[in-house]
Design a protein around this ligand. Structure first.
Ligand code: BES
Ligand code: MN
Ligand code: ZN
Length: 496
């Protein structure tokens, strides 16, 4: 979809397939636009009880009287303050109202055009327009027929709006890439394929990309990653991406993404129902690649490293078995009591590898535990960090980007369950607080730097009729990274 900022002039003479007007629920709001025709239609719709102005309410008028536009869509903002969440809801309601309609060119306007509208509109219409086409033809009847979206703003706001739009479009490009990759079936999206996608991304944006294979993984003594990979015919990969936007001497931020391209559970085999969804078990890796796509477009003044351990988790004659003890890259031995707790195994070697960069921060992103879905559902990603400042920075980024996360605890009391009689640590604890004990396992490998962990098991994809990847938490990650720029003369910073 094409997005642009357009100057706000007389609305009545604007030729468009649909003029979308955001209105607060108060009576005077329509009048604030100073457009009598819109005012009259809004007043009448209110009087007839067809439009309340409440957050997310809509009213569509065809061939609206007194306007050159073919359609007028009123969208309610409610009575409260118009925060990011309110804009998000309103923009999504606008998309829902346009579903199946033949409106190709759409213009958005709000009397008090606020910048968060731009983020909300790009996200909502971008998600609305997304279609998966890698392994199927699109449906005959298309939901989204919008081709271009124009956001009308007053001339004095145009420059700020354009830079905001540029940021929002870059985030959306990252979200789209993340969704495409995560949606790709396991037989297409192998560790080898992830490596190729990373290399192509590197070529496109002039990033340094290294893809390590099984021999390199052996040489790096990544025994935990090797253990997960050894049951599969597909060779493992360890992907390293580097973006340089600041002086070479600046410590980089590091993103680590779980890249299990299919998680059968291994010898501790998962039950059959919905096992197909374990193709999404590389969504953390996909979000790292998506974040790189956005960062490479926006070129913020930071250094960034992406690490992706990629493998399948399958049973077989050569697969790792419950009770096996392996040596991780850190030297700590791990008793693998359940081969289905494989994410933490591949991550612990990547987290240890991250030490070499002397990073400013390390954030890992993983579809790590079913327990996180039980704890937080599909609303918030789970955030774990012993560092209050880093946790707050991620919570702030989540709020600003409408890609929410919720802080969860860590602590020795939880870590106790990971004790093993035969190794330095076991890879599972009891059933209780499973997402926390998984994070505690990771924490053992992160002592050398500031670290946070995002468990995206509940937020990376949707199940059911609308099954598919969400692109989360790309918006959160990009907002976090942009906020890490030095304040003076920073580029691409929108601020909230
Ligand atoms: N990839 C899964 C986590 C998962 C499960 C994400 C369901 C989303 C939906 C992970 O590798 C896993 O299998 N975790 C186990 C850990 C357990 C064996 C301690 C789990 O959550 O059951
Ligand atoms: Mn698993
Ligand atoms: Zn997994």
């Amino acid at each position: 979809m094409e997005f642009s900022i357009a100057p706000l002039k007389t609305l009545s003479s604007l030729h468009t397939d649909c003029l979308v007007v955001f209105l607060q629920s108060s009576e005077q709001a329509a009048a604030a636009l100073d457009e009598q025709a819109i005012d009259a239609i809004a007043a009448q719709a209110r009087e007839d009880g067809d439009f309340s102005g409440q957050a997310g309410s809509t009213y569509l008028a065809n061939r609206p009287q007194g306007l050159a536009a073919r359609r007028l869509l009123l969208v309610g903002l409610g009575a409260g303050p118009t925060d990011a969440q309110c804009w998000r809801k309103a923009a999504e309601a606008a998309c829902a109202a346009l579903k199946g309609r033949a409106a190709a060119r759409v213009h958005l306007v709000c009397a008090d055009a606020q910048q968060p509208l731009i983020d909300a509109a790009v996200r909502a219409f971008g998600d609305f327009a997304y279609v998966y086409t890698a392994t199927r033809k699109p449906d005959a009847e298309v939901g989204c027929r919008v081709r271009s979206l124009h956001i009308l703003v007053a001339a004095r706001q145009a420059a700020a709006a354009r830079s905001r739009l540029q940021r929002a479009e870059a985030v959306q490009a990252g979200v789209d890439l993340c969704r495409d990759l995560a949606n790709l079936p396991g037989n297409h999206c192998t560790p080898t394929h992830l490596g190729k996608v990373a290399q192509a991304l590197g070529k496109r944006h002039k990033l340094k990309v290294e893809v390590l294979g099984p021999a390199d993984i052996e040489r790096e003594r990544m025994g935990a990653l090797r253990a997960v990979a050894q049951g599969s015919q597909q060779p493992a990969r360890f992907i390293v991406l580097r973006y340089q936007g600041a002086a070479r001497t600046q410590p980089p931020h590091v993103l680590v993404g779980k890249g299990v391209t299919f998680d059968s559970g291994g010898i501790s085999l998962k039950p059959g129902a919905e096992m197909d969804e374990m193709k999404f078990d590389m969504a953390g890796a996909a979000s790292v690649l998506g974040a790189f796509e956005a960062v490479a477009r926006l070129r913020p003044k930071i250094n960034l490293v992406g690490l992706i351990p990629a493998t399948e988790n399958l049973p077989g004659g050569t697969a790792v078995k419950p009770g096996d003890v392996v040596t991780s890259r850190s030297g700590q031995t791990i008793e693998i009591l359940n081969t289905d707790a494989e994410g933490r195994l591949i991550l612990c070697d990547a987290l240890n590898y991250a030490e070499r960069f002397k990073p400013a921060s390390v954030v890992d992103i993983a579809t790590l535990t079913g327990a996180c879905v039980i704890a937080l559902g599909h609303v918030h990603s789970g955030l774990f960090s012993p560092d209050d400042e880093l946790a707050q920075a991620l919570v702030d980024a989540a709020k600003a980007s409408q890609d929410s996360c919720w802080r969860m605890p860590l602590g020795d009391e939880y870590a106790e369950g990971l004790r093993s009689r035969f190794a330095d640590v076991a890879n599972i604890a009891g059933r209780a607080a499973g997402s926390v004990t998984a994070a505690c396992f990771l924490q053992r490998f992160t002592k050398a730097y500031r670290w946070a962990h995002l468990d995206i098991a509940g937020t990376a994809w949707k199940s059911g009729a609308n099954k598919g990847a969400t692109g989360r938490p790309v918006p959160l990650l990009v907002h976090y990274l942009l906020a890490q720029q030095p304040a003076a003369g920073a580029r691409g910073r929108g601020g909230e």
